[in-house]
Every structure is written in C-alpha cells, then in structure tokens.
Design a protein around this ligand. Sequence first.
Ligand SMILES: NC(=O)c1ccc[n+]([C@@H]2O[C@H](COP(=O)([O-])OP(=O)(O)OC[C@H]3O[C@@H](n4cnc5c(N)ncnc54)[C@H](O)[C@@H]3O)[C@@H](O)[C@H]2O)c1
Length: 306
Amino acid sequence: MSRYLVTGGAGFIGSHLVESLLAEGHAARVLDDFSTGRRENLPPAAELILGDVADPATTSAAMAGMDGCFHLAAIASVARAAEDWPGTHRVNLGGTVAVLDAARARRVPVVFASSAAVYGDCADRPLTEAAPTHPLSAYGADKLGSELHAAVATGVFGVPTVGLRFFNVFGPRQDPASPYSGVISVFAGRLRAGAPLVLHGDGEQTRDFVFVADVVAALLAAMAWRGGTAAVFNVCSGRATSIRELAATLAAIAGLPPRLTEGSPRPGDIRHSLGSPEASRAALGLGPPIPLAEGLAAVWAWLGRP
Ligand SMILES: NC(=O)c1ccc[n+]([C@@H]2O[C@H](COP(=O)([O-])OP(=O)(O)OC[C@H]3O[C@@H](n4cnc5c(N)ncnc54)[C@H](O)[C@@H]3O)[C@@H](O)[C@H]2O)c1
C-alpha cells in the first residue's frame, strides 16, 4: 500500500483517479478548494484537505508522509485564464511550483497534468511530443511553464516527474461547461430534450477524445515509471473524431435520429487536433484506448441516472 496526494482530487479526472487508488488498496489524500470540484465526487475513504494548492504552506503540509503526488489542481479553462490572467497564473503555474517545491524536500515523485494546449495551433498530425510548443492561451503557457519547472525539479533537485499532455478527456462527472469535451454533455442534454444538435461551423473539425479511464491508467503507469529524466507524454486516443461523427455516434447510442444544425463557428477554434499515443504506449505500457462508443455509452448512462 502506498499513500498518494491528489491535488484537484475532487474534480472530474481527479475523482476517478482517487477511486482507482482506493480500489487498488492505496491511501488517497485530496487537496482541493472545491472551486470546480465537488465534495460528492469523493469516496468517503479519501482524506480531504480543503485548501489552496498555490499556498506553499498548505501544499507542504499536505505532502507530509506521502509516497507520491498526482498534481491535477488547476483552473482548467482557457476562458477563465483570459478573464483573470494573474489569478489563473497564480494557481496554474504557482500551484505547480508549490507542489514541486514541497516534493523536493522529501523527494516525492510527481505526476502532473499538462495539456495539448501547449501545442497551440501546430499543424502536425498527429502531434508527437517532439512537435514545437506554441501555446495560444495563458492556460497553455502555464502548462508549458509547469513542464519547464518540472524539468528543473528533476534535473536540478532530483525529484522524479512525469507530465501528461491530456487531449480531450471525456467521461462521467465532466462539467458540461468544460471547453474540452463539454460538447458531449451538451449534445446528450439536447438529445434528451428532443432538440437539434448545434454544430459550431460545419462540424468537420476533429478532436482526439480520450476516455477518463484511459487517463487514469496513464496516471497510474506514469507514477510507476522511472525513466530517470523529466518526461512528458501525450495522453490521447490517436483517433480523430469529427464533431459530426461524435453527434451521430451519441444519437445512435441514444436510439434517436441525429438532427444537426450548423451554427456560427467559434472564433479561435483549432480546426484539427490529433495526438500520437505511440510514445506513452511504449514507455508506460498502455493498452489500446477504450472505443469512443463505449465511453459515450458510459456518459449517456451516467447522465440518465435517477
Ligand atoms: N478535462 C480535460 O480534457 C483536460 C485536458 C487537458 C488538461 N487537463 C488538466 O487536467 C487537470 C484536471 O482537469 P479536470 O478536467 O478534472 O478539471 P476540474 O475542474 O474538474 O478539476 C480541477 C480540480 O482542481 C481544483 N482546484 C482548482 N483550483 C484549485 C486551487 N487553487 N487549490 C486547490 N484545488 C484547486 C478544483 O476544485 C477541481 O476539483 C487540470 O490540471 C486540467 O488543466 C484536463
């Protein structure tokens, strides 16, 4: 049994990770401020510290006695980062530095959430980890900054670190307002209401959707990985799904005809985003991704729960 700190453990991805850690017989301590996370996401066996990850004293106290830290706490919103640049920077980069600093005192390994946002509008398809990074948002810049600080933590202070560049993660408990895969909850809600599904533009834009259980598997494997250097891996399915295909697949699961209408394109929307999962599969020993339809069926069932 090991003891793990999960920052942001009351959020969408973090709460699935906490469930898996507990199911594997580990102890999980969650540091969260409930800004977007919810208490009801947490299993009763998880220990909770209610606090701010960017406060060094809080994070240092939370790290005491831990064998590893999963750092997921962030203000995961490009829009919020545009509205409150200094405030989100404080959490998204300052929180990472506080975690790494607390970890170096005890040489606690850290696995942290980065993002495909570090690639910006890089046209490579698929995007490998060697693609140039060119964030187009303060959020993406802070994720890239987190990777750079993690490299310092490893190279200079000997803290094992792995950064995971998540693509469009989806699954039960996701906030419909999520910029990543909130479209799935929005489409599901409209299907239930018998309303048409509104596409931004022609719906031919593509995303790399990865189911949350695959993300949890990557997080756990990354904690076990000891490559010796600071590593960064994509966490993605390697499959491009157009928003039209997404709508049709979800409608088929619901047993309803997809009624699609074209709305205005969202300004600044990236046309295509596709990750290469090759490096993470090879290094972390990950299996094939959960098929999109299977993941969507789980979301549909969860949204329809009583
Ligand atoms: N969901 C995706 O598709 C996706 C894609 C790329 C990267 N990510 C990253 O994965 C991580 C988890 O994202 P998520 O989708 O689960 O989002 P989420 O909003 O559900 O989870 C973030 C958690 O962090 C907590 N938090 C925020 N600020 C905090 C602070 N100052 N102190 C303590 N806790 C704080 C929130 O309350 C929440 O529980 C984030 O780092 C996010 O940037 C997510």
